[in-house]
Design a protein around this ligand. Structure first.
Ligand SMILES: [Zn+2]
Length: 203
């Protein structure tokens, strides 16, 4: 089982010590300092889990990247989310997570922005998603892209550049030179217990 998978299945009562141990071990293995960042995916629908997550990061004054699905976010939902996060805080990095969070691949691993889609479709989805988040979030939106399932095609990477995205957060893969990458291939994916098991709050 991979490190990521191991951590993913941890129980809450050990996660603090296991996370600390994993960070220590990775730092010891590295030849240079490792930047560590935290990213929460699938943002857009208010839930009690979101509230707990933000409360935790507020308590510890830690920055958090909020990978937001454009078609899940509405004005009404954003108001509820920002009642929790507050507005215009540099603690949060609101950015784009796909467009619909839908798999288009017929075989192989899931991808929304994989080889199954034509370039013009990819460009349209990226552009619509960016425009939607820019409209809803205004200056709080950061032109950074996290592809669903942490993978995307070379065409997507080229298109992101055309649309003036500044960075990409994903698993390691092709075309690393074009962007500042925030790779997660050796990072720690943490599942919030009960994630996706509770219905969203009433809107
Ligand atoms: Zn996702």
């Amino acid at each position: 089982m991979s490190k990521t998978a191991t951590l993913y299945s941890l129980a809450t009562n050990t996660i603090q010590s296991d996370l600390a141990a994993l960070i220590d071990r990775l730092c010891q293995q590295a030849s240079s300092p490792i930047p560590v960042f935290f990213r929460a995916d699938d943002i857009g629908i208010p839930s009690s889990n979101f509230q707990q997550l933000i409360t935790c990061f507020l308590r510890h004054k830690l920055p958090l990247c909020l990978a937001t699905v454009p078609t899940w976010l509405t004005e009404k939902r954003l108001k509820i989310l920002q009642d929790i996060t507050g507005k215009n805080s540099s603690q949060w990095c609101w950015h784009q997570h796909g467009y619909q969070h839908r798999n288009f691949e017929r075989k192989g691993k899931k991808q929304e922005f994989g080889p199954a889609r034509a370039e013009h479709e990819i460009k349209r989805s990226l552009r619509l998603g960016k425009e939607r988040l820019e409209t809803l979030l205004g200056p709080e939106f950061q032109p950074i892209f996290t592809p669903p399932w942490n993978r995307c095609s070379r065409v997507t990477i080229k298109t992101l550049a055309d649309l003036n995205f500044m960075a990409l957060s994903r698993s390691d893969g092709p075309s690393r030179k074009r962007y500042q990458h925030f790779l997660i291939s050796r990072s720690m994916l943490i599942s919030i217990p009960g994630k996706n098991s509770q219905p969203p709050l009433d809107l």
